[in-house]
Design a protein. Sequence first.
Length: 345
Amino acid sequence: MCSICLFAFFSIKIVSAQDYKFSLFDQNRTYFNPAFTGMEKGLIRTNFVYRRQWLNFPGEFSTKHFNIDWKNYSSSGFGVFLLSDIEGESLLTTNSIGGQYSWRGTLDKYSGAFFQLGLAASYNEKKIDISKLTFSDQLDEIYGKIYGSSFVADQNKRNYIDFSVGGLVSFRTEGVFGNAFTHIVGIAFHHITQPNESFQGQKEKMPMKFTIHVQSEYVTQVFSINRRDKLSFMPWVLYEKRGESVLNDQATNSMNIGIDITSDPAVIGVSYKSHLNGHSDTDYTALVFKAGTKIYGSNKNIIYRMFYAYELAINNYTRYTRNSHEIGLSADIYFKRRRKCINHF
């Protein structure tokens, strides 16, 4: 019976394994919306996020995501990303490599308002190791697992190409005390071609995912810890819906609501995270606590950032899974625009 439950569990995971529930949003934002690619001119940004979850389960449930994106002094931004995911005792592994492109348009050159459109394309390889599963026909009532299984998978590897698109708007408004709020509002559509991810030769389309996010940064008049920069607050909301159609009532809903407080060089944050499947016994809710710092390079052209997030499950799910951890490392590299020299001779 346990083997059947285990197989059923992993069958569900195989269907939904393409999307990963990272807790570090602002440090991993190109994953949620390709329109974030190349947000600042003259900046090369690298990010690495490692997520380790479900420590009570046998084996490893971890995800690693690395991306680098940059914008030159034009309207275009570019990015490259790598993703690796392990579920169980290497039972299911997913590896992805992809590229991102964004284009910026000006809404108001005086206030600095602009919009960006983004596109991401990736090549994905998903593998399943059937030999690490135990089926009911392998079990003996007395001696346990002693037989081989008659189950044969049609294939143990699936390759496919995936696409995502997104857009965002950035603008400023004036606060009560004359300080400015910087707002970013965006939407994204993932898996728009719905590639087939079945291992059994059947047509199993990957569900589409719709993402909407809102964040507002407010810079106060209070000095930060370093006595140079100003204290800032950034509330944010991230909503995701995944299903056969984004309008489907049976779709899975995820909501993250949080606030980050920055007092350079320190950053702290707290957020509420929910993952609703429409069944109370499988819904997941958690509180996420984040802390980080940044270090300036010797020439001030490089800023290093380190983050840690602790995800504390607050419902019955934690009895089976325990809590999750995330580590984020990033580097911002600023480069100057090269000016062409004109030879007058």
